[in-house]
Design a protein around this ligand. Structure first.
Ligand code: NAP
Length: 305
């Protein structure tokens, strides 16, 4: 793996520090996006059963591997099991259904193993446990290198451990200066569970501006995003980087992996350029003061709450 894109080490596990998010990129568009990202040097692609774009990611990976430039083991692929929420009229996945969903994801991705497989969100504890048992089996049998959860809080994770199952390798959660989850992060770090930050760029004025992309970002946050004299804008200027780079570097400074999403080639390139600068203590302290509470990425509220 190129030294330009360092990996994060969490208890001897290597997971790329920067990945490409693909939420709300449809199956047709994702193929070109992933090809472009891999060519630029992205080495981690984040997808999910629930994004309905695994087949497009798979077509991009297959075409990329055929070029013979990069071996499979140098590309890190994450997908997620859609757990199923009875309150939304869905059938929660059983142990067997979880194994079947994994095989279906792998098929669509045209892969014979995954690097990371996550339970997308916690719904009912007994379902989480059955699903986690399935993921643990997949890891034990070598079908996936790392397993983890997403949107789980401490009590969700403790219920897996109390059931006698292994700890997750990763928890993918919404993390940015407006949503810092200090207690959960301290718990994850103490337990060597890597925090993978999603929606790192919520504080940007252009974050999910397309009308169909819903979120719980409120009017006060929108106004703050557009303020040319905001703290984030000032700190980005101080470090001579873009606001996006500042927000992503904040996460790296704290030891989180990041998975920004962009459809713009210049943004894709910029989001990889995070290693020519560092954030000093003063900047980290200023960013630390911006906490605003729960995550806003999910329109119906932060699922870890
Ligand atoms: N596990 C979960 O529940 C969960 C939830 C949400 C997200 N995720 C994962 O995390 C990924 C990232 O989160 P996200 O999709 O919410 O979005 P994000 O990466 O926080 O932000 C994306 C937005 O920022 C803009 N952007 C990206 N780079 C930029 C740059 N350098 N300068 C200016 N604007 C920039 C993009 O617009 P342009 O296209 O115009 O650049 C887009 O509007 C998702 O795609 C998904 O893979 C997981």
């Amino acid at each position: 793996m190129s030294a330009r894109f360092p990996t994060l080490l969490a208890s001897h596990r290597q997971i790329p520090a920067i990945g490409l998010g693909t939420y709300q990129v449809d199956d047709a568009a994702v193929q070109a996006l992933v090809c472009q990202a891999l060519t630029l040097g992205y080495r981690h692609i984040d997808t999910a059963e629930g994004y309905h774009n695994e087949a497009g990611v798979g077509r991009a990976l297959s075409a990329y591997f055929k070029q013979g430039l990069t071996p499979r083991e140098d590309i890190f692929i994450t997908s997620k099991l859609w757990s199923g929420n009875a309150n939304w009229g869905q059938v929660p996945k059983t142990y067997d259904a979880s194994l079947a969903a994994f095989e279906s994801s792998l098929d669509k991705l045209q892969l014979d193993y995954l690097d990371l497989y996550l339970i997308h969100a916690p719904f009912k504890t007994q379902d989480n446990i059955a699903q986690w048992r399935a993921l643990s089996h997949l890891k034990k049998t070598g079908r996936v290198r790392f397993i983890g959860v997403s949107n789980f809080n401490q009590s969700h994770i403790e219920s897996l451990i109390k059931a006698g199952l292994p700890k997750p390798d990763v928890n993918q959660i919404e993390l940015h200066p407006w949503c810092q989850k200090p207690e959960l992060v301290a718990y994850l770090m103490a337990n060597k569970i890597l925090p993978m930050a999603y929606s790192s760029l919520v504080a940007l004025a252009n974050w999910r501006t397309e009308p169909q992309l819903e979120s719980a970002k409120n009017v006060q946050m929108m106004q703050l995003s557009q303020d040319p004299n905001s703290v984030i804008q000032g700190l980005a200027a101080k470090h001579q980087v873009s606001q996006a780079q500042l927000l992503l570097r904040w996460a790296l400074e704290l030891g989180y992996a990041v998975i920004p999403k962009s459809l713009q080639p210049n943004h894709l390139a910029e989001n990889l350029e995070l290693f020519h600068f560092k954030l000093d203590d003063e900047t980290m302290t200023e960013l630390g003061k911006l906490e605003m509470g729960e995550g806003v990425s999910w329109p119906n509220g932060d699922p870890s709450k």
